[in-house]
Every structure is written in structure tokens, then in C-alpha cells.
Design a protein around this ligand. Structure first.
Ligand code: ADP
Ligand code: MG
Ligand code: MG
Length: 901
């Protein structure tokens, strides 16, 4: 990057115009770009300027030093802000005070710290007292500044100041900050400065110039602190993006009872309802609203009534500012064509906008907002399809509390993030991670959460806090993660030391079960019954729109009638993978299966298989009836036979007696079949090659069931018989011959034939390479990307846990290749398989049946390479449908999502 002094490092905004625009987010960060845009829209925004993200990059490239020209450009911009406000930075008589705010390209809530009231010192505080006529306000601002600055820039812990404040209040015999006057704050400022000297080793900086550069440096430095890195890692934000710094003239929400500060959404972020929604605090500054120290008031009267709050709403307490906010939010929503999350401050009755960005929302709200925005004509239906994150649908596809279930409600708080969750109580993030590792669902219970708790929030099923409102850290982050959250449960007392929470007569310990309902705010003791999700309304509408643009089909991996029913309900267009092995385990069948494995010859095996046939036919009949009219892909027996034999001594004795085979012989056979590496052993089509009678029995069951189902439903399925683990055409042909012969036999016997296909899985690298030959006889390919990933990378999925984390952390692999398909490697094998297969057989049907079929990023890849369908677990079918629609739109370059700020 060129870093000469001619480079423009600083972009100014204010007084109805700006050098930046919202499209310049990469350069100005989300906050800076949107502040500029709001200025250009003529909205009231305090003037200021943005130092670009390129400065951050240059700063780190040059050993944490600033590029030439920056200081001059900052000084110039600062003078311009002074001119607009009629003040001057550092002027003892008429000081300009500023905020220093970070702002990356992508929103990183709570990751970077903001410093307010910068420019105050022992002199300017007096000037502020004089100009405002309110010394209490001036000294309150000064002590806030010392606290924030010392914390963010000098690294002095908050609690040092908090303790001093508590101590002072105790001595005075008061309990509220509001009971302190100007003299009190002035005394405390003295105490605070002493704390800084003691803790930091030097005096609190008095020169505004030093303060400013200290804060700017702190913002850039905060880009690399562990919690920011962690957030980027979790959200796949590249380190190279950097953050911008915004320096902006202060407006004061703490100037008395006609001043306030607040946050508001243009639509309800939990439900999506189209109505202004938010919280504010009178006589308060910035972080007070989200910090959860005072409980905020509602913005609208309607929300106040619903929340049964006795504190007046902004609508009644400040009707003019409310009208102004209403006017502005309409402009912003129309302009951005999306729900906005806004921050504002009212100074002596005048409303100022401090931020706007596309608001985070629950999946439920995302659906409703997208559908309604399209209904209002603000966006197209295709854009609406692009507005909902497919993975977020997961939230809606999961259970909520059964309305008929008995609930032992012990407390209530705010419904901060919807959905219900049950788990054991944990009081810190480490315990949450430990519980998760041990496979025990947990609920993270905290007084309030901070960015340090992100990993614990990830590890838990839901979050419960005793402090904080709907816009508290816990609430915002939980909604983003799609986790249920109940916040501000004031009646619960937490004792971290004792590891207990208590409310009234009830005391629960860490490890006790608790249930939270993030849709109602209820907290319940113990486990509570849940019910299946509702799939009508906005969900159905959006899915219909998605299906309208989608070109790939979506099938489900389903082995049982229950799976198949869920799959159809969720809109699956067939079964892409029916594994038959579980059918061998159930009930009495396992006895016959073992008999088959222990037989000495084909004769004996056939006799045993004849006993399994009716069961297997019955299973297929049930599936074919549910799936009538659709294709069903059935994979022939895949796992190694030793999986069906007993493992413990006791089991051996039992099996020996039930099959009438001696224990010796049984053990001998077990030894014969045991393998060093079953993943690469005697399995897949190798079974059908060695014991063709197994494949024949399965084929007979399939065709007989298909004939019967066709008669029963009048609408036949198309069975697609799939041969697993093939790597050469010869293997495939041997098995296919048996299947075709059986189809003919069944058709001769029953007098009715069914349309069917025989194809193969492509799950070994050699199969992908030899696809041109295999496709001569195979009528379809299904890419089995689980095994293809294992065999292409030489990584056993079951053994990857110990090292794969390090691979993704170090950036060796972009993502877990078992979650998101490795496009470069495994993806290339898929491309080769498609290309060579289609060259030989142009109408070759192509699908995918690994876990990747339900992963949105992998679904995009499937669209790109031209698969006919993806197949995934039944619960992920809607996610795949939406992802496939977005992938189709991306191909036609429509419906791209407006990134948020
Ligand atoms: P975050 O990214 O954490 O939201 P912000 O930079 O938006 O941090 O600052 C947090 C809050 O500080 C804002 O919501 C606003 O209330 C307050 N704030 C920031 N700048 C100013 C300013 N110039 N005047 C008054 N308040 C401000
Ligand atoms: Mg903000
Ligand atoms: Mg496989």
C-alpha cells in the first residue's frame, strides 16, 4: 500500500455533508460510513471525522507507527469540527470535547472500547461547568472520562474507581449516584486521579492532544486484543481488514432531565413486528443503557404498557424528541431498505443520531421482516430470500416449550432471545465449556455477560442474566448466536463463590437442571417438555419464494419412517441416502444377521438372509409409501460385518447360545473379521463382491416393496439402488449385474415392473478419477463427501479431534473440512468426477449425500459445480432449500445480502 503524505487518511462529516458514503465501508468501517451517509441524508449528526482502516493496516505494517501526513490531516479535520461547533479542541475557555470510537468493516459488538468526553482536564472542566451552568454535569462528565480513558488507554481496572465511588457513597450515607452533587464529583475526580497515579505510575494526561493520540492508539491496539481476535475467529473476519477510528464532537445526554440517551430498532428485533422498538435513559451517557446498571425505559407507550413498566416512555416523557426519532427512523429504513439499529442522544431537548446499522435479529424476526419489506415494496421477493441467513433457520426448526407442560416458574426476566433451553446450571464460561466437552447441555447463569464470556455463551444451550435490558451484551450476542436468553432477572441472586442462585425460598446449585424460555422470559426449575416448531406463516411464505428461484433439488438422508415423515414435512423432494444397516440391527433381525455372518457357505447365508428379507421389504414399503411419487436412493449394506458381532464376553456367551454356534467358533470368526482400520477394510461394495447373496436379498426387498407400494399408493417411487465404496467400473458392473437380474426376477414373478436406476457413490479419490469409466454403466453418482474427505485428506473423522482445531486456528485449513467442503482439494475431485462422468453420460444424475449437503457454504459449491440435488439430514432440509435458492440467485447476481454495520 502507498503510504505517502498525499494519501487521504481522514474523511470529515458534519453539517449536512460528508466526504464519505455508506458504500465506503471497507475504508471507513461500518460506523464511519454510516455516520457519513446520515450526514448526507441531512440528519442531525454531531460533526466529526473518520481515520481510515488503511491507517490501521499501515500502523501494524510499520511497527505500530502512523503513516506520514496523518497528524496534519487529523489536526485540520479537528479544526473544521471546532469551526462547526463554535469551539476549539484544547481551548481552555471554550473547549471542544470529542468521543473516540472504533468501527470495523463488519460489526463487532462490544469488541472495541469507546472513550467519551475526551478533551476534559482540570481547566476545561471549569469551562464546561461555566458554559453549561451546571458544575455537577461537568464534573460527572470528567469522572466518566477519567474512568473510561484510564481503563481503555491506560489499562487501569474499572473496579478501582467503582470501589472508591462505593466507599464515598457509604461514608456520605447515600445509595444512588444521582444523590451526589458537584462538590462530591469534584472530590471524587481528585480521588480518581490519585488512583491513576498509583495504578499507572504517572499522572492522568492533562493535554487534550496527548489524550487524543492516546485514545486513537488504543483503538488500533484493541484490534489485536484476545477477545477481538476470538470474535474475528468465530465470525470469519480477516485480521487484515483493520478498524477505523471515528472522532466526533460530543453531545451530552447527561445534561439534566431534558437530556437522554438511547438505542432503538426500526422493527422489533425479536418478533420482527413493524414498530419502533427500543430503550432509553434520561440524564445518562452512552454506555449506561447497555451496561445494565440502571434499568432503561421503553421508547413507545405501547411497549411500556406491554412491559407493565411504571417508568414513563419516551413517547410521553419527551414527545418532541420522540416525533423527531419517528421521522428519522422512517427515512433511514427507506434509505437502507432494511431494519436499522440506531443509537441516539438527546441534549437539552435536541435529538442527535450517533449510529445506524442493519440490525441483528432473530431468525423469526428475519423472516417476518424480509416478508413484510417485500410486501411493502421496499425490496423484491428475491432480495427477501437473500435476507435470511439459512443457518439461522435452525433456531426455528427446534423445539419450544410445550404450552401444556407443567412449568415450575421460579422467576421472570426479559425475553431477550427466543427459544427454550434446558440444561444444568453453570456460573462461568470455563464450566460451560467443560460441560459441553462432557456432552452435558448447560445454561450459563451470570449477573451480566461481557465479551470475555463469548466462548461460554457458545458452549451453552442458553443464557440467563440477572442484570441488563433487551440491548444488554448478553441479549445482543445471544440473538446473534441464535441461543435462547432471558436477561435482567432481578429477583434471582447469584453467589459465584458458593456456586448457587437463589430466588425466594428456592436455592439451586451449579449442576442442577434449569429451563429458560427466551420467548416469555420465564425461568423454570428442572426439565420441561418441549414441542415441535411451527412451519406455517412467514416461514412458509419465504420458503415458497425460495423454492421459486431454486434450481437444485433438495433431498433428505433418511433411514426410518420417522425421518422420512419429517423430511417430507420440511419439503424434501426425495431421499438421497437411505442407509440400510440400521435395518439389520433392530429386534430379532440381528439374530438372523449373525447367523448369516457365522455361516460357512453361501447356502447357509442364503437361509439366514431369507429370514431377514421380509423385515427389509417391510421397511422399504413403509419408506416408499411415505415418499410416494419421489425418488428414493438406497445404499446397499456398507459397514464391515464385525460391527454386527458381539463385543463383550457376556455378549459372546449370549450370542453363542441364541445362534447355537459354539463360543469358540464365534470367537474365531470375530478374529477373522477384526480389522486394524475398518474405515479402509472389508466394507462397501467389497461385501457385495464377496457375498453377492446379501446384495441380492436387499435388491429383492427393494423391488418387491416398490411393486407393492406402487399398487398401494398409485404413485410409485423410483428406487435408485446405490453401490457404496466403488473405485473401479469392474466392481460396479459385478454388483449391478446381480441387481438387474433381481429386478427382472421380481418383475417376472409379480408381473409388474418398476422404473429404477443403479448408480454409485463417489467416495474414494480413485472413483472420482475413473468416473469416466464408471459412468459407462452407472446411471447416477452421489458424492459421499464424508468418506471422500476422509480418504482425500487421509484424516479419519473420528480421530481428527486432537489436531484439526490447530489446523483451522493456524489457518492451514479455512474451515473444518467435515463441516464445510474443502473446495480446493475434495472439491477438485468432485469437479473431476462430474466432468468425466458427464462426458460419457450427459444425463448422469448427480447429487451429494455427505453432511455437507446441509451446510450453506457447501450448498453454494454444489450449485457452482452443477449438481442436480443435495441431500442432508431432515432437520436441515429447509436450510438447504434456502441456501440453494441463494446460491441460484448468486449465480444470476441477484439478492445479495446488504452487509451490516
Ligand atoms: P459501540 O460500537 O460499542 O456501540 P460506540 O462508538 O457506538 O460504541 O459508542 C457507544 C456509545 O457512546 C454510543 O451509543 C453513544 O451513546 C455514545 N457516544 C459515542 N459518541 C458520542 C458522542 N459524540 N456524543 C455523545 N455520545 C456518544
Ligand atoms: Mg454503538
Ligand atoms: Mg461412505
Amino acid at each position: 500500500m502507498a503510504t505517502d503524505s498525499a494519501t487521504k487518511w481522514v474523511y470529515s462529516f458534519g453539517d449536512g455533508k460528508a466526504e464519505g458514503r455508506s458504500s465506503m465501508r471497507d475504508l471507513l468501517g461500518g460506523k464511519g460510513a454510516n455516520l457519513a451517509e446520515m450526514c448526507n441524508l441531512g440528519l442531525p449528526v454531531p460533526p466529526g471525522f473518520t481515520i481510515t482502516t488503511e491507517v490501521c493496516t499501515a500502523y501494524y505494517e510499520n511497527g505500530k507507527s502512523y503513516p506520514p501526513g496523518l497528524r496534519e490531516q487529523v489536526a485540520e479535520a479537528l479544526t473544521a469540527v471546532g469551526a462547526l461547533t463554535g469551539k476549539a479542541f484544547g481551548d481552555a475557555g471554550n473547549p471542544l470535547l470529542v468521543s473516540v470510537r472504533s468501527g470495523a468493516r463488519a460489526s463487532m459488538p462490544g469488541m472495541m472500547d469507546t472513550v467519551l468526553n475526551l478533551g476534559l482536564n482540570d481547566e476545561t472542566v471549569e469551562a464546561l461547568a461555566a458554559s453549561s451552568g451546571d458544575p455537577r454535569f461537568a464534573y460527572d462528565s470528567y469522572r466518566r472520562f477519567i474512568t473510561m480513558y484510564s481503563n481503555v488507554v491506560l489499562g487501569v481496572e474499572h473496579h478501582a474507581f467503582e470501589e472508591a465511588l462505593e466507599h464515598y457513597k457509604d461514608r456520605k450515607g447515600v445509595s444512588l449516584d444521582t444523590e451526589l452533587g458537584a462538590e462530591d464529583w469534584k472530590t471524587l475526580v481528585g480521588t480518581y486521579k490519585k488512583i491513576v497515579r498509583d495504578e499507572h505510575g504517572s499522572d492522568f494526561p492533562q493535554k487534550p492532544e496527548d489524550q487524543l493520540w492516546g485514545a486513537i492508539g488504543a483503538v488500533f491496539d484493541s484490534w489485536m486484543i484476545p477477545r477481538a481476535k476470538k470474535y474475528r475467529e468465530l465470525n470469519a473476519i480477516p485480521e487484515s481488514w483493520g478498524t477505523a477510528v471515528n472522532v466526533q464532537a460530543m453531545v451530552f445526554g447527561n445534561m439534566g432531565d431534558t437530556s437522554a440517551t438511547g438505542v432503538a430498532f426500526t422493527r422489533n428485533p425479536s418478533t420482527g413486528e413493524s414498530a419502533l422498538y427500543g430503550e432509553f435513559l434520561i440524564n445518562a451517557q452512552g454506555e449506561d443503557v447497555v451496561a445494565g446498571i440502571r434499568t432503561p425505559q421503553d421508547i413507545t407507550e405501547k411497549a411500556r404498557v406491554e412491559a407493565k413498566s411504571d417508568k414513563p416512555s419516551m413517547e410521553t416523557a419527551m414527545p418532541e424528541s420522540f416525533a423527531e426519532l419517528t421521522r428519522i427512523y422512517g427515512i433511514l429504513e427507506k434509505h437502507y431498505r432494511d431494519m436499522q439499529d440506531m443509537e441516539f442522544t438527546i441534549e437539552s431537548g435536541k435529538l442527535w443520531m450517533l449510529q445506524t446499522r442493519s440490525g441483528k435479529r432473530t431468525a423469526k424476526a428475519a423472516l417476518r421482516i424480509a416478508v413484510e419489506l417485500a410486501g411493502e415494496g421496499l425490496i423484491t421477493r428475491e432480495e427477501a430470500v437473500g435476507r435470511v441467513e439459512p443457518a439461522a433457520l435452525d433456531q426455528l426448526l427446534h423445539p419450544t416449550i410445550d404450552p401444556k407442560a407443567e412449568r415450575k416458574v421460579i422467576a421472570s426476566g426479559l425475553p431477550a432471545s427466543p427459544g427454550a433451553a434446558t440444561g444444568e446450571i453453570v456460573f462461568n464460561s470455563e464450566a460451560a465449556e467443560a460441560a459441553r466437552k462432557a456432552g452435558r447441555p448447560c445454561i450459563l447463569v451470570r449477573i451480566e455477560t461481557s465479551p470475555e464470556d463469548i466462548h461460554g455463551m457458545h458452549a451453552s444451550e442458553g443464557i440467563l442474566t440477572t442484570r441488563g435490558g433487551m440491548t444488554s451484551h448478553a441479549a445482543v450476542v445471544a440473538r446473534g448466536m441464535g441461543k435462547p436468553c432471558v436477561s435482567g432477572v432481578g429477583s434471582i441472586r447469584i453467589d459465584y463463590k458458593a456456586g448457587t442462585l437463589s430466588v425466594g425460598a428456592v436455592t439451586l446449585k451449579a449442576g442442577d437442571m434449569v429451563t429458560i424460555d427466551g420467548s416469555t422470559g420465564q425461568v423454570m426449575q428442572g426439565r420441561v417438555e418441549m414441542v415441535a416448531p411451527e412451519l406455517s406463516g412467514d416461514f412458509a411464505t419465504l420458503m415458497e419464494w425460495a423454492d421459486g428461484v431454486r434450481t437444485m433439488k433438495v433431498r433428505a438422508n433418511a433411514d426410518t419412517p420417522t425421518d422420512a415423515r419429517v423430511a417430507r414435512e420440511f419439503g424434501a423432494e426425495g431421499i438421497g441416502l437411505c442407509r440400510t444397516e440400521h435395518m439389520f440391527f433392530e429386534g430379532d433381525r440381528i439374530v438372523a444377521v449373525r447367523e448369516m455372518i457365522l455361516s460357512d457357505d453361501a447356502e447357509g447365508r442364503r437361509a439366514a438372509l431369507a429370514k431377514i428379507l421380509p423385515y427389509q421389504r417391510q421397511d422399504f414399503l413403509a419408506l416408499f409409501t411415505i415418499m410416494s411419487g419421489l425418488p428414493v436412493t438406497i445404499r446397499l449394506l456398507d459397514p464391515p460385518l464385525h460391527e454386527f458381532l458381539p463385543h463383550t464376553d457376556a455378549e459372546v456367551t449370549e450370542v453363542a447360545s441364541s445362534t447355537g454356534v459354539s463360543e469358540d467358533k464365534l470367537r474365531h470368526r470375530m478374529r477373522e473379521l477384526s480389522e486394524f482400520n475398518p474405515m479402509l477394510g472389508f466394507r462397501g461394495c467389497r461385501l457385495a463382491i464377496a457375498f453377492p447373496e446379501i446384495a441380492e436379498m436387499q435388491a429383492r426387498a427393494i423391488f418387491e416393496a416398490a411393486v407393492e407400494a406402487a399398487k398401494k399408493t398409485g404413485s410409485p417411487v423410483t428406487p435408485e439402488v446405490m453401490v457404496p465404496l466403488v473405485f473401479t467400473q469392474a466392481e460396479f458392473d459385478i454388483v449391478k449385474a446381480r441387481i438387474d437380474a433381481m429386478a427382472k426376477a421380481v418383475s417376472d414373478e409379480t408381473g409388474s415392473s418398476v422404473a429404477y436406476q443403479v448408480g454409485t457413490m463417489i467416495e474414494l479419490p480413485r472413483a472420482a478419477l475413473k468416473a469416466g469409466e464408471i459412468a459407462r454403466t452407472a446411471e447416477f453418482f452421489s458424492f459421499g463427501t464424508n468418506d471422500l474427505t476422509q480418504t482425500a485428506l487421509g484424516i479419519s473423522r473420528d480421530d481428527a479431534g486432537t489436531f484439526l482445531g490447530a489446523y483451522t486456528q493456524k489457518g492451514i485449513l479455512a474451515a473444518d473440512p467435515f463441516v464445510t467442503i474443502d473446495q480446493e482439494g475434495v472439491g477438485e475431485l468432485v469437479r473431476i468426477g462430474i466432468e468425466r462422468g458427464r462426458a460419457v453420460r450427459p444425463n448422469l444424475k448427480l447429487g451429494i449425500c455427505g453432511e455437507h449437503g446441509g451446510d450453506p457454504a457447501s450448498v453454494h459449491f454444489c450449485q457452482e459445480v452443477g449438481l442436480d440435488y443435495v441431500s442432508c439430514s431432515p432437520y436441515r432440509v429447509p436450510i438447504a432449500r434456502l441456501a440453494a435458492a441463494q446460491a441460484a440467485l448468486a449465480g444470476t447476481s441477484g439478492g445479495a445480502h446488504q452487509s451490516e454495520g
